[in-house]
Design a protein around this ligand. Structure first.
Ligand SMILES: Nc1nc2c(ncn2[C@@H]2O[C@H](COP(=O)(O)OP(=O)(O)O)[C@@H](O)[C@H]2O)c(=O)[nH]1
Ligand SMILES: [Mg+2]
Length: 305
């Protein structure tokens, strides 16, 4: 099954809200008028397109008056073009070449956003591609966090570096990088905590991990990926900004897009954070992580049938 079909099958709630919603508006051969456009705007809001919903409908309304947009097909084509236009180009999203050796990827985000699961999926993906992967359990806030990561790592036959609960997360990061260096690993994935006693503690801790890695190896971490809970829609953006202010985030993973009708938030997330989406999470199991492809994403959420 190709990427488009996989996305179509996994993003059913957003697709249903958007695509089936549009079909519903035009059902029974209903003509395009102001009432229909107002309903379309509401529908786009439901998919969490936010302000973009109003922009889209204003544009459609103008073009409808000029006779350029007449019915469902025109609306779909126009919506597709606008949504694609809002996303970065395909080359700027999705998978990147990880050519440092080892490439260190620090994964950050709020508690419960999907960090550990996404790391497990990434580890599985890179391992399947034949790369030597090491994961580091820098979430030492709770022992259960490292246990969870270890279970996933075992399942993918990937090595883990962990320490006791309460250990210095930066020390775990240091040791993971050192181990990877000595043993010749290709990729180091570092899991971090999403909650500490205070927000300031958390951000200071992430800065420290970042600093320690950079001292150990020039250029490390090579990537800092922020995991965003897709079910929070646009509400996740403010939280995300706390992280981008603290560490130099280089990309985003939007997790849990299978469980939400608010997939439209991806447009606001990329736009407001000015960051490329690297992957999206489309389910709980290991293989349900997809490199973000703007065209496949837009086509999947607008797919008919
Ligand atoms: N449906 C779905 N659930 C996910 C996805 N990613 C993570 N989860 C679930 O979200 C919850 C929190 O994930 P976890 O990785 O522990 O979050 P963390 O606190 O950021 O490490 C878990 O129950 C995961 O199974 C996804 O893409 N789809
Ligand atoms: Mg976790």
């Amino acid at each position: 099954m190709g990427l488009f079909d996989r996305l179509k099958n996994r993003l059913t709630r957003t697709r249903s809200a958007l695509s089936d919603g549009i079909a519903g508006l035009f059902s029974g051969g209903r003509a395009m008028d102001d009432t229909l456009l107002a309903e379309l705007e509401e529908l786009l809001y439901t998919s969490d397109l936010g302000l973009l919903a109003t922009e889209i409908v204003e544009d459609l309304s103008r073009r409808h008056r000029r006779g350029e947009v007449r019915g469902e097909d025109d609306v779909r084509a126009s919506l597709r073009a606008t949504l694609l236009d809002r996303l970065p180009a395909k080359e700027e999203c999705g998978e990147i070449t990880l050519d440092a050796s080892p490439t260190v990827i620090l994964v950050v985000g709020v508690n419960g956003s999907g960090k550990t699961t996404s790391i497990a999926k990434l580890a599985h993906r890179f391992h399947t591609q034949g790369r030597q992967v090491l994961v580091g359990a820098c979430d030492t806030f709770r022992a259960a966090a490292a246990d969870q990561l270890e279970i996933w790592a075992d399942r993918s036959d990937v090595q883990i570096v962990r320490k006791d609960e309460g250990a210095d997360p930066a020390a775990v990061a240091f040791e993971a990088l050192e181990t990877a260096d000595v043993l010749g690993y290709d990729i180091v994935l570092l899991d971090t905590a999403g909650r500490l006693h205070t927000q300031k503690n958390l951000m200071d801790e992430l800065k420290k991990i970042h600093r320690v890695l950079g001292k150990k190896k020039e250029g490390a971490p090579h990537e800092v990926w922020l995991v965003i809970d897709g079910t929070n829609g646009q509400n996740a953006i403010q939280q995300a900004k706390l992280f981008t202010a603290a560490v130099e985030v280089t990309g985003v993973i939007v997790a849990k897009l299978d469980g939400t009708a608010k997939g439209g938030a991806v447009f606001a997330i990329t736009h407001e954070l000015g960051l490329p989406v690297r992957y999206i999470g489309t389910g709980e199991s290991l293989e349900l992580l997809e490199p973000f492809d703007p065209e496949a994403f837009v086509d999947a959420v607008l797919a008919t049938d």
